[in-house]
Design a protein around this ligand. Structure first.
Ligand SMILES: *[C@@H]1O[C@H](CO)[C@@H](O)[C@H](O)[C@H]1NC(C)=O
Ligand SMILES: *[C@@H]1O[C@H](CO)[C@@H](O)[C@H](O)[C@H]1NC(C)=O
Length: 397
């Protein structure tokens, strides 16, 4: 290959983070904010100024939207480190290229890293396995190697394996196994399952888990008397009743293959159809569900029609002799009109003095009769009489 190209590819490869693990072994990679911080501000360190930025990570297999099936990612808070963890199986052997997008939550800078995980051939077989439930832990608190070592030493003591190592096979949050999200209160934890494996057979202590007495007590009381669990750190104490032994040393019997028939139904015989159920009388149901509601609806309908048509307010017939209320109204209006008309006809009568416009209330004086006479022709009365001197006898022409 050309020189430049080789150099470029070497540089690219060098930029990747590399990791190695084996089939059946727990893989943990901690995404440390501290190291990514210097990638965001590579020169700030020289001035002695280092931020502690909140960061989140997005991880996916290269060219794929999600992580490989065996790998999981967790981060509790942007101010905590993230973890990639999981146990690869036989079919996961080979290289897995993980893209890690780092997002700085202070500056919103992002950059991408590549993590190349090489999954090697299966390591030593761990036929004797056991799973323990740590109720006082959260997955992020167990994944750091120091805590894993603590737990491993506790279990090694229970296993009685001084010479042969006990290895962590799998760690998973109880939430992944159908556990419930705890209350957000101190003293409430999600719980973590830790699966350990060893080449050495179980100790007497662990074999107590198999005794029928243990199961009875756990079912009845939720606590077993044969509890021989060890925990140096109280947070790592396990729930003895939830511990299980998984013995993989015995070969798993293969599932019996289903027996195939000839594919042809046997001829002959007589097909006896199943008897139909006895017929049922639905008459009562019919009356109850159709006829009675129908009759009730009909009665209500008639009642409503009667109320609406014959008993409407204002149409009530009081008596045969008295007219309708509407007619009565009509008559009163007519009568009132007649009355007004006759009153209008009697306008010639002299009006009361006080209603006359030129009557002087103090002196009792009034206008000359001629003026008054003229004024009785109301259509010629000027609207504003004050313009004319009331004391002159001259008339406005
Ligand atoms: C590890 O635990 C997870 C979650 O319970 C499970 O899905 C996975 O199959 C386990 N892996 C192994 C190798 O046991
Ligand atoms: C632990 O074991 C008890 C009793 O065997 C059971 O009722 C409980 O559901 C188990 N808890 C978990 C988280 O597995």
């Amino acid at each position: 290959c050309k020189k430049n190209l080789c150099l470029a590819s070497v540089l690219v490869v060098e930029a990747d983070i590399k990791a190695y693990t084996q089939v059946g072994q727990l893989f943990v990679y901690e995404l440390q904010r501290e190291t990514f911080q210097s990638d965001f501000e590579p020169f700030l360190k020289h001035y002695g100024h280092v931020y502690d930025d909140p960061m989140v990570f997005k991880c996916n297999k290269q060219h794929f939207p999600d992580l490989p099936r065996w790998l999981r990612y967790t981060q509790r808070h942007p101010l905590d480190n993230g973890f990639l963890y999981g146990t690869p199986l036989e079919e996961d052997q080979g290289k897995a290229v993980i893209e890690i997008t780092v997002i700085n939550k202070r500056s919103y800078d992002t950059f991408r890293e590549r993590l190349v995980i090489t999954v090697g051939t299966p390591g030593k077989k761990l036929p004797y396995q056991a799973e323990f439930y740590l109720p006082l832990r959260e997955i992020e608190k167990v994944l750091p190697s120091a805590v894993r070592e603590e737990i491993k030493q506790d279990i090694q003591r229970m296993w009685g394996a001084a010479r042969i190592d006990v290895d962590v096979v799998n760690i998973s949050s109880a939430l992944d196994k159908g556990g419930r999200v705890p209350l957000p209160l101190p003293g409430h934890y999600e719980g973590v399952y830790v699966k350990m494996g060893s080449q050495q057979y179980y100790s007497d202590c662990l074999l107590r888990l198999l005794s029928p007495q243990h199961q009875q007590e756990c079912e009845a009381v939720g606590r077993a008397s044969g509890d021989c669990s060890v925990c140096v750190n109280p947070s790592n104490c396990m729930a003895w009743c939830n511990a299980t032994l998984i013995d993989l040393s015995k070969p798993v019997p293969p599932v019996p293959a289903p027996t195939h028939g000839s594919g042809i139904l046997e001829s002959g015989g007589f097909y006896d159809p199943p008897e139909s159920p006895p017929s049922r009388d639905y008459f009562l149901d019919y009356i109850g569900m159709v006829i009675i509601p129908f009759v009730l609806a009909l009665i209500l309908c008639i009642l409503l029609a009667y109320v609406m048509c014959c008993r409407r307010e204002g149409v009530v017939k009081r008596d045969a002799k008295t007219p309708d209320i509407q007619l009565y109204h009509h008559h009163t209006i007519q009568g009132n009109t007649d009355e007004l008309r006759s009153m209008a006809g009697g306008r010639g009568v002299p009006r009361p003095l006080s209603t006359l416009p030129m009557f002087n209330g103090r002196t009792g004086e009034r206008m000359p009769p001629l003026q008054r006479q003229l004024r009785s022709d109301s259509s010629h009365i000027p609207l504003i009489m004050a313009q004319h001197d009331p004391n002159t006898d001259t008339l406005p022409r």
